[in-house]
Design a protein around this ligand. Structure first.
Ligand code: G6P
Length: 370
């Protein structure tokens, strides 16, 4: 077993460190030789079909659902087609409006989650085309979907998903770029800029991993708290939700993710002296707004750790207690970097509390009951 963990203490840590490779593997063969275009040869859907899509629904569970939240922003901002997100266990019961011009994207690491599979079947029954983003070739979801984008993250053993999530993000970026090219919704120079930035992500993740020791320290101070909060706006809010889930899953510390601007409508009542708040501040256009939300929690005694873009540390340090900087990338791509420190925080918090990191209580890697 030690050998399988390649010298790491846990599968989760090994999988966190495998992310640079997973990003590269998910991109491999999907970016043209010139490095300027995305080619998803495995997709069966025609360009004509892509042009006919009027709505996208992204359906998934758990961490895959959180990847879909980022996917919504990616598709809407690049392609300008409206996207709905659904938790798979809710999808069928809200009588969703599924039409033949709806593309349904199901996201599933294992490809075996019962609710996700049932959602896929419901979508097809209603005449929609289904594209699956999955890590397992030959899984039920992969076999039944009309199109499959495999995330080549390699086997994920730890119950808490890390590299599968980030490779799902990469798949959404590639899909967004593919649809953009077909529909001509972005300038070629913008597409090229994004492809270049995508290819820099693996090295940027390496840079974050080199700072793991800092996060270990923060995690140890967080570990004795009973409750904490994650805040962010836009894609930062999506990442906040994933960070919160990761922490709950393996450290059993209660946490909530909040859209930063929504805090004042209720959750602010829970902020008291010394409550940890993790604030994601990676969207330059929203810096000022999020900083003012940080001031609101600081004024109530919160201890704030903020995840910011490199270059913004000094400014952010004036308003928060601790700053962790991620390398600079495009605003749409920050989730692929910002989630990494949150994964490490939960790992080290779980470790500090002496929990079984790879096999948290009550949870299963793949849930095949509805
Ligand atoms: C379980 C796992 C989660 C996972 C979810 C969806 O709850 O513990 O880590 O995100 O299922 O799994 P899937 O294989 O469909 O991505």
């Amino acid at each position: 077993v030690t050998a399988e963990k390649a010298g790491f203490d846990h599968f989760m840590l090994k999988e966190i460190y495998e992310q640079p490779k997973a990003y590269r593997d998910t991109m491999r063969g999907r970016i043209g030789e010139d490095g300027k275009s995305v080619l998803l040869k495995e997709l069966q859907m025609s360009d004509e079909y892509v042009k006919s899509i009027r709505k996208v629904q992204i359906v998934a569970c758990g961490t895959a659902y959180h990847a879909g939240l980022v996917g919504k922003t990616v598709i809407e901002s690049l392609v300008r087609i409206p996207v709905e997100n659904d938790v798979a266990s809710e999808y069928r019961y809200r009588s969703p409006i599924i039409t033949p011009d709806t593309l349904v994207i199901v996201v599933s690491q294992s490809g075996e989650t019962a609710d996700t599979l049932a959602a896929l079947r419901e979508a097809q029954r209603n005449g929609a085309r289904v594209l699956a983003i999955t890590n397992v070739v030959g899984s039920s979801v992969a076999r039944e979907a009309d199109d499959v984008l495999v995330t080549w993250a390699g086997p994920e053993i730890a119950v808490a998903s890390t590299k599968a999530y980030t490779s799902q993000l990469i798949a959404f970026y590639l899909l967004g770029l593919h649809m953009t090219r077909v529909l001509g919704t972005q300038e070629t120079s913008q597409e090229e800029e994004m492809i270049t930035a995508l290819q820099q992500l693996p090295e940027q993740v390496e840079e974050i991993l080199q700072q793991a020791a800092v996060l270990k320290q923060v995690a140890e101070s967080i570990a004795h708290h009973r409750s904490l909060f994650f805040i962010g706006r836009g894609v930062d809010y999506a990442v906040a939700q994933e960070g919160s889930l990761k922490l709950k899953e393996i450290s059993y510390i209660h946490s909530e993710a909040y859209a930063a601007g929504e805090l004042k409508h209720g959750t602010l009542a829970l902020i008291e002296d010394d409550v940890p708040v993790i604030a994601l501040v990676t969207q330059e256009a929203l810096y000022e707004k999020t900083l003012s939300n940080i001031k609101e929690v600081k004024a109530r005694g919160a201890h704030v750790l903020s995840i910011v873009n490199s270059g913004f540390e000094l400014e952010a340090a004036k308003s928060v207690d601790e700053v962790f900087a991620i390398p600079k990338t495009l605003p749409l791509l920050t989730p692929a970097l910002a989630v990494v420190p949150l994964q490490l925080l939960s790992y080290y918090a779980s470790l500090a509390l002496g929990h079984d990191v790879d096999k948290p209580r009550n949870l299963a890697k793949s849930v095949t009951v509805e």
